[in-house]
Each structure stands twice: as C-alpha cells, then as structure tokens.
Design a protein around this ligand. Sequence first.
Ligand code: CAA
Length: 264
Amino acid sequence: MSYETITVEQRPETHEAVTLITLNRPKALNALNSAVLDDLIHAFAAYQADSSQRCAVLTGSGDKAFAAGADIKEMSEKPAADFYLDDFFAPWTSEIVRKTRKPWIAAVNGFALGGGCELAMMADFIIASENAKFGQPEIKLGVAPGMGGSQRLTRAIGKSKAMEMCLTGRMMGAEEAERANLVARVVPHDSLLDEAMKTAAMIAAMPPMAAIANKEMVNAAFETSLDQGLIIERRIFQILAASEDKAEGMAAFVEKREGQWKGR
Ligand code: CAA
C-alpha cells in the first residue's frame, strides 16, 4: 500500500515486528489534514490486523516537527456547519485510538502543537527528543483544542498546568514535559528514533496478548472508578491466567530459559 502523506515501514535490523509510521508533510510541518487522517486510519488498521506486527512507532519527518497541528489552511476554508455536521475530529479517537488495541509509541521530534500534541497524547506513551515542544495554541486562532487536548492534557498534567497551556497557548519544552508527566522519557535529538524503535522492540518481544491486556488495563484507569477499574484488572488477569503464553512464561522462568510466545 502506498500513501500520500505518510510512510510505513519495518526496520528488520531493530525488530521485524515493529511498524514505523512517519508523518510526511515536512514542508507544512506535518500539519494534519484530511488526507493524513485517511492515511493514518488505514495504516493503524493495517497494523492492528497484521499479527506479525506487535508494536508501532509514530514520528514526524524532517527535523523540525512531529506535527504543527490540524491543517489551518484546510480548516479556514471549511463552512462552519460542516464542522458540526461531519463531527469533525471524531475519527481520530473512534478510528485510531479505540480500534488500535496493540501498543504504539509517539516519538516526538520537534513541534507537537494543537492537533500534533493531541495526536502524540493518543499514543500509549510519548518519547520526546530534547528539541520537542508541546502546546495547545488553538486559542490564538479563536478556537480551542478539538482532538482531545482539553481532556487528555488535563488528565496527563493536571488542571493548573493544562489550563495555563490552553489559555496562554505557550509551548512547553521537553524537560518540562517530562517533569509534568506528559512524556515518559526525553532523549538526545539524534537518537530519538533509535530509542523509540528499541523501546518498541522490547514491547514487541513481550507476549503479545499480555501487551494488549496491559494496555487495556491502564487505559481503564482513565475511564472508570477505582472499584470498577480493579474489577477490570482482575478479570483481565484471570483471562491471561488461562493463556498458553502464561503457561509458557511461567515454565520458562522456572526452567531459566527465554519464553516462546504463541500470542494466545
Ligand atoms: N496548518 C497548516 N500549515 C501549517 C501549520 C498548520 N497547523 N503549521 C505550520 N504550517 C505551515 C506554514 O504555513 C508554512 O507553510 P508556507 O511555507 O507554505 O507558508 C510552513 O508550515 C512552515 O511554517 P512556518 O513558516 O510558520 O515555520 P516557523 O518555524 O516560522 O514556525 C510554528 C513554526 C511556530 C510551529 C508555526 O508554524 C505555527 O505557529 N504553526 C501553527 C501552530 C498551531 O497553531 N497549531 C494549532 C492548529 S489548530 C488545531 O490543531 C486544532 C485542534 O485542536 C485539532
């Protein structure tokens, strides 16, 4: 499959089970237009459907940006009613976040602004280059976050900081983002992709059903009460206890050898 606005590849030298997706509109700082959305929906669905692929990394092409936001030029021409009637921005969550049950990492290599910051926050976690800059500058355009920024940013970094970011539109550097728990780790700019691919390779080497289950449990913490979340955790644990990979993982530990995963 060839794409107009992204590239999708495997780098077998890192791990054959890792899918690398790169936003590829560097001249527009990888701004997210409808074509990018269509390409990403297809690429994530293909990743989800391909049982040989166990972790994905999403990054931006060029040295400057992960993504500088939703495409302002496209939005500026859209009739007002269409935003509402098309439920504009809804597919980002319904088609990408909800349907991608396997893990994926955002490797943020520069500006992650507006929809770019929101896309990074849709990932299971973010690894940032020391050059990364996060922000929700929509207020300066007379609008507000539309792809989850007001909700995901607030859950990630708390009300005070999220409110400040949204109301002032200021950018947050990588170190501050790490202190604020927006990103899992900051790495030198030149080794960002290596670090992200290595981390993805570690995840890809884990029992795949357990990886999906761990992701589902942690995400449940954002959607439920503590009691309900604990029930979800126990039930998923109990399902895993019946898996072939649980039997193999525990046998491998006792026999002091590497586990061989079946993914079921
Ligand atoms: N949409 C469309 N094009 C964009 C873009 C965007 N979000 N961001 C940058 N570009 C384009 C610029 O128009 C420019 O194109 P031309 O060369 O054709 O003029 C090119 O990318 C390079 O950008 P700059 O010349 O502006 O680069 P810079 O280094 O001077 O500034 C920047 C970099 C600070 C990131 C600046 O580009 C900027 O402020 N971009 C907009 C950021 C923004 O407001 N994002 C939020 C968008 S709204 C949104 O995302 C809604 C939502 O919640 C989903």
